[in-house]
Design a protein around this ligand. Structure first.
Ligand SMILES: NC(=O)c1ccc[n+]([C@@H]2O[C@H](COP(=O)([O-])OP(=O)(O)OC[C@H]3O[C@@H](n4cnc5c(N)ncnc54)[C@H](O)[C@@H]3O)[C@@H](O)[C@H]2O)c1
Length: 507
């Protein structure tokens, strides 16, 4: 019996020449493999070859590859509609319809056709252990999860099921890395890494909107600027499509036995059912006309008052927001620092970095009306805006005076209705919590989480880097306060974070 050959000389088969299959074929051929591209639908392979040819020509025009590279890549891809043509393959990557029974049926055929082959599924949501069930060689079944568009997105999740052979997983990891991709090891589990950890990015934004805290544009701008995300959650959902995004959330929710952490949104369901899918239907949370995204500028920016602010008092540490102090000094504001519980005071206003409580709750605790909270920022120096929430009890002009303070350091002030953890702190705390839970469940390690989120969904920094920046104590405080406020176990802190906190406090 021939042995498995997973190396640069492997013949790669692709089953399904749709969006993903054709892109994966291009990636493998670019890496120098002979690729056999199979689809059972008349037209699919021809279409796939045409698109690949067009994409490669564009790369030649841009000077990214030579004409010779292009010709060689094209010559290495052999389209076919005969499944038996896959016989010589060493590695087959399946990218057909997302249906367990149909995929298994193909796998059984492939086991008969190929003498010795590793069969990988590009599935986004089906268990690799389940796909291997009932096959002759369950140890040869793995997941290789590319992201769309496969030739561009760097991340590839290498997924092992309960019966997958560890040596095969290691060989495939090395092979995919040699294709210039960022490979990560993942234990088969619903949503794998990216589709699981990314859920709160959309879900918290939808909840914040549903609670009337703010509109789409303000939530998007707030997260974009303070978290340096390329896109806010609503514009990203419009890009992905509300149908796809809703169905991934729904299937993750069901896979985790209706854990409230993954609860889908009625708002998104309504958009999806209305056919307001986003860019592809011309209307979703925004309206799309040619290259315009209408509604994007509908942000709630506070107009700064004329109030003169020459001195502020800083009591205690502001945590990550201590970065603001040199900025105020540079802007000519006198900063007087004292011990205290961590806030800025000027006139009769107290300004706190959010800790997951509402500004109004702090008003109640301190018996003071003019309490304002502001959101976390990845970089207070570079950010263009700071988001605030003002106590329900605050007097008039408090927001405008805070806007005058931030204007001194060149920042625009976005305001949302008073709400626990505002926008970015709430979203990041939940992303970090899900990341921690993924590691607690032994799905992957911390480093893989950050690689996955930075390369699979282009987060500027991964959740564990955020955790390092904010500190585990702050994240747990935000989650605990959210859990108390909402009386919802959705916000329960993961045990991995609790363990880190114990160690942190001991040291
Ligand atoms: N589209 C994405 O963004 C994305 C991202 C990651 C993973 N995935 C996963 O990749 C897989 C493919 O998704 P896609 O978006 O490329 O789908 P697609 O609809 O674009 O392409 C599927 C192709 O498979 C072919 N096909 C269907 N049944 C077949 C069969 N029995 N035999 C041979 N060919 C068959 C179809 O003719 C079609 O050409 C799915 O499992 C999906 O979950 C999709």
């Amino acid at each position: 019996m021939a042995s498995l050959k997973i190396d640069s000389n492997s013949i790669v088969g692709i089953v399904g020449a749709g969006i993903m299959g054709r892109g994966i074929a291009q990636v493998a051929a670019k890496a120098g493999h002979q690729v056999i591209l199979y689809d059972n639908w008349d037209g699919a392979v021809g279409n796939a070859m045409k698109i690949n040819e067009k994409e490669l020509s564009r790369l030649v025009e841009k000077g990214k590859i030579t004409q010779e590279n292009k010709d060689k890549t094209i010559s290495l891809m052999k389209p076919t509609m005969q499944i038996n043509d896959l016989a010589p393959c060493d590695l087959i990557i399946e990218a057909i319809i997302e249906n367990k029974e149909i995929k298994q049926d193909i796998f059984k055929q492939l086991e008969d056709i190929c003498e010795n082959v590793v069969i990988a599924s590009n599935t986004s949501s089906i268990s690799i252990s389940a796909l291997a069930n009932g096959l002759k060689k369950p140890e040869n079944i793995i997941g290789i999860h590319f992201f769309n568009p496969a030739p561009i997105m760097k991340l590839v999740e290498i997924i092992y099921g309960l019966q997958s052979d560890r040596k095969i997983i290691d060989d495939v990891y090395n092979l995919i890395s040699s294709w210039g991709k960022k490979a990560v090891y993942v234990k088969s589990s619903p949503g794998f890494i990216v589709n699981r950890i990314a859920r709160p990015f959309y879900a918290e934004a939808l909840r914040i909107y549903e609670e009337g805290v703010s509109n789409f544009a303000t939530i998007d701008e707030s997260i974009r600027t303070s978290g340096k995300f390329r896109m806010g959650p609503f514009e990203l959902m419009d890009l992905i499509g509300n149908d796809t995004n809703y169905s991934v959330t729904q299937s993750t929710f069901d896979s985790y036995y209706q854990d409230p952490r993954f609860k889908p949104s009625l708002t998104q369901q309504e958009f999806y059912q209305a056919g307001l899918l986003g860019r592809k239907s011309g209307k979703g949370f925004y309206t799309y006309e040619e290259r315009d995204q209408l509604g994007r500028d509908d942000t709630n920016v506070v107009k700064a008052s004329n109030h003169k602010i020459s001195v502020i008092y800083v009591y205690g540490s502001l945590g990550v927001a201590d970065e603001l102090i040199p900025l105020f000094k540079k802007a000519g504001v006198k900063v007087i620092q004292n011990d205290g519980s961590g806030y800025i005071e000027f006139n009769d206003i107290k300004l706190f970095l959010t800790n997951g409580k509402m500004a109004s709750e702090i008003s109640q605790e301190l018996h003071e009306k003019n309490i304002v909270q502001f959101d976390i920022n990845i970089d207070y120096e570079l950010t263009s805006s700071i988001t605030i929430a003002t106590s329900l009890l605050a007097q008039e002009h408090v927001s405008e005076n805070v806007a005058a303070l931030f204007e001194k350091i060149g920042k625009k002030t976005l305001e949302v209705k008073d709400s626990p953890a505002l926008i970015t702190a709430r979203t990041i705390a939940m992303l970090v919590n899900e990341a921690s839970s993924t590691v607690t469940n032994s799905v992957c390690d911390e480093n893989s989480v950050d690689i996955a989120m930075e390369n699979g969904v282009n987060y500027p920094i991964g959740p564990f880097k955020w955790l390092n920046k904010l500190g585990v104590g702050s994240i747990i405080t935000i989650l605990d306060n959210l859990e108390v406020f909402y009386k919802d176990t959705r916000y329960r802190a993961d045990r991995g974070l609790l363990e880190k906190n114990i160690i942190d406090r001991f040291n």
